[in-house]
Write a protein that binds this ligand. Structure first.
Ligand code: EPZ
Length: 416
């Protein structure tokens, strides 16, 4: 298994090109199942999760090729099943459920199971589908869905769910009648998916608000689109500049996706200037300790919690970090403590007392964003850190060691 070796202490300076958003590409790839034919997507990053979704679609009969453009041909779907060996590595596989039911009215999907950051059930997805007339059975660890027809329904999500909103929006595109999703997720990736579905001929209103209305149509036709920039990758590099005391210019961003992140990083003492699709970030003085609480968009994103904690580990006071989305998203705490961070946990709140310095140490990545926080800690630490199990990192950060080296980081990937 590969590992990263990082010599900390170098301020990062230069430009970083932000890649397309993993959490935008994955639902777009699933949506190709709804419309038979050739779809193409630009600005698609080369990531492990994208390759996993390509494997899942290939298992079902959809061929794809990914150079600069990701092309998917869903003309010959022959298997309506997402097998355990693929779903267990990527929970987002559940996104093929809605499209399969929309177009074929049948689906067999392995239950995703838990992951490092929590149980992550799909009960809200299934409850909504049953309201739309889908008969759901659980058989040997698989969800089996069948329906004569999908019918429109008024669905209120008890809890905001990103992929739940995406799955039901896709299922509703070809249903009979109107489906209203209440308390729906407002993430930019949900809006981007709605935009693509509309390009394919779907009738959708309200994406980006907490109430989305979908009027079913007879069929959709393949199209193409450009993937939106990755707001979590961008946020991660904003923290990288702050934690190393450098100056970075991020290119190819959407600053409007980053408002909550920019707000909190500005309070923490970073100077952040946006202009068009660029953001310039530098640290003005010491890192100020700031409290955060994670919330669905447009609140502070849970996917930035671990990265923000790394910055607060070097804060000037005490920061309270409350994780209100997932029940176990503090796996990075133990590893940051190995670098000298002073962090206590009280249920879903981390109490982070800033220390003067972190020290390099051997640490282990446990999940995608936890591994990003360890990279950030290592970049600021005195001495050398070695991060193992970085396959977690490769799920969501394209060429991270190349991008960091190009702005002055002393980082090397050691093939294992
Ligand atoms: C999406 O996951 C993202 N993944 C996650 O990003 C992100 O952390 C999460 O949304 C929250 O923003 C993709 O978009 C592919 P949820 P998702 O359904 O949809 C509970 C990353 O780092 N819940 O919004 O799986 C759930 O347990 C990944 O890129 C139910 O109880 O998250 C959680 O506590 C990690 N029942 C909360 O809701 C359900 O049926 C929010 O989960 C569904 C969700």
């Amino acid at each position: 298994m590969d590992r990263l070796v990082i010599q900390g202490g170098s301020p990062l300076n230069g430009e970083v090109q932000i890649s397309g958003a993993k959490n935008c590409v994955l639902p777009l790839m699933a949506a190709t199942l709804i419309a038979s034919g050739r779809h193409s997507f630009s600005n698609v990053p080369h990531l492990r999760d994208i390759r996993t979704m390509q494997s899942l679609l290939a298992h079902m009969g959809a061929t794809s090729q990914h150079n600069h453009i990701l092309q998917i041909d869903s003309s010959d779907i022959h298997t309506l099943e997402a097998p355990y060996d693929l779903v267990k590595t990527m929970r987002a596989s559940v996104l093929v459920l809605g499209p399969m039911l929309a177009r074929y009215r049948r689906a067999r999907i392995s239950l995703p199971g838990g992951c490092a950051i929590g149980a992550r059930p799909i009960n809200l997805h299934l409850k909504a589908l049953e309201q739309m007339g889908v008969e759901i059975d659980l058989e040997h660890g698989y969800v089996v869905g069948r329906a004569k027809r999908l019918r429109g329904a008024v669905i209120t999500f008890e809890q905001v769910t990103v992929t739940g909103t995406e799955n039901i929006m896709m299922a509703a595109c070809l249903a009979d009648g109107v489906t209203v999703l209440k308390n729906s997720a407002r993430e930019p990736e949900v809006v981007a998916l709605a935009d693509y579905l509309k390009r394919m001929g779907a009738h959708i209103e309200g994406a980006g608000t907490d109430e989305i209305t979908v009027t079913g149509v007879h069929e959709l036709t393949p199209s193409s689109c450009e993937v939106i920039p990755d707001r979590i990758e961008a946020g991660t590099y904003l923290v990288a500049a702050g934690i190393t005391g450098g100056i970075l210019k991020l290119k190819g961003c959407r600053p409007d996706y980053l408002q909550a992140i920019i707000q909190k990083l500005s309070e923490a003492g970073l100077s952040i200037e946006s202009s068009g699709d660029s953001i310039e970030v530098r640290r003005k003085g010491k890192i100020r300790s700031v409290n955060i609480e994670t919330h669905p968009f447009p609140g502070f994103p849970t996917d930035m919690q671990a990265q923000f904690m790394a910055l607060m580990a070097l804060g000037s006071g005490v920061s309270l970090i409350k994780e209100s989305i997932f029940e176990n998203r503090f796996m990075h705490v133990l590893e940051l403590q190995r670098m000298g961070a002073d962090i206590d946990l009280d249920g879903r709140t981390a109490i982070v007392r800033g220390v003067r310095k972190l020290s390099g140490a051997p640490v282990m990545a446990t999940d995608l964003r936890a591994s990003a926080s360890l990279v950030l800690g290592a970049l600021a630490a005195e001495g050398v850190s070695e991060i193992t199990r970085i396959y977690h990192l490769d799920r969501g950060y394209e060429a991270i060691e190349k991008k960091l080296s190009a702005v002055g980081a002393k980082i090397e990937r050691v093939r294992g």
